[in-house]
Design a protein around this ligand. Sequence first.
Ligand SMILES: Nc1ncnc2c1ncn2[C@@H]1O[C@H](COP(=O)(O)OP(=O)(O)OP(=O)(O)O)[C@@H](O)[C@H]1O
Length: 272
Amino acid sequence: MTTDPFSADYPALISIRNLSHNYGKLQALKTLDYDIFTGQFNALLGANGAGKSTLFNLLAGLLRPQQGQFDYLNQPMTSPGADYLANLGIVFQQSTLDPDLTVGQNLHYHASLHGFSRKQARSRIEEELERLNLQDRIKDTVRSLNGGHKRRVEIARALLHQPGFLMLDEATVGLDLSTRKQLTQYLHQRCKQEGLTVLWTTHLIEEIEASDPVMVLHKGTARFSGISHQVIQDAGVADLTDLIEQLTASHAPETITGSETANNSGKTNQSI
Ligand SMILES: Nc1ncnc2c1ncn2[C@@H]1O[C@H](COP(=O)(O)OP(=O)(O)OP(=O)(O)O)[C@@H](O)[C@H]1O
């Protein structure tokens, strides 16, 4: 099998087609086409208000598609079912840990929601915490952890039931650069070693590796998609920051002329 996610025969875990979402008169997503590739760290990049959380909430099943659809393993997900949700791990932008419970109690609670026995839960919790170097903090309250450690606990929790698809919404907001690097390196490693599929929404470009598939969302429209280094090269910019700055600059026209648009062609899709 090819290792290039943008070649025609590379498997997409999720295929989004013609997806739109409105809040009243505001069109937050506009006829979006986007593939989330199996076993990849898929980066969804966009400035504030681009529509990242809206897309995230649609994929999490918290919002219903108003127009268009997304397919999971080629099955349309009009309302995401148990199979889809069982394979999904989520880390939201705002922490959902109980700060007054210990790390272990937070994780045991989640494990019981997934129907784990006490023994199974203990073993899975130890495994995930060890991988994140957090095994010594199991009896500490979440409140006593620093921001980076709290995020690690949320990642451990999201992976407890061994989902194949992990979505994280701006998971590194407020963390310092080295903590952010550790978290993204960890997840890249799990994609490579275990075939985990990650959807990572961010506005911080240094979290994206040159070989990651990236989609740049701007005002609800997919403006670029492709392998990160290819997107940069094809757009003729120094890096993804430049690209975002060009898109968000106040003098930037709403729509600039397009060039390449073929999806999954091995080339960058662009519309600036
Ligand atoms: N519940 C809502 N009701 C009305 N408008 C909303 C709602 N949620 C989001 N919006 C608007 O939809 C647009 C897209 O918002 P969204 O939160 O999806 O973007 P984002 O890229 O995640 O931005 P941020 O990084 O600021 O969270 C914005 O203009 C936002 O103000």
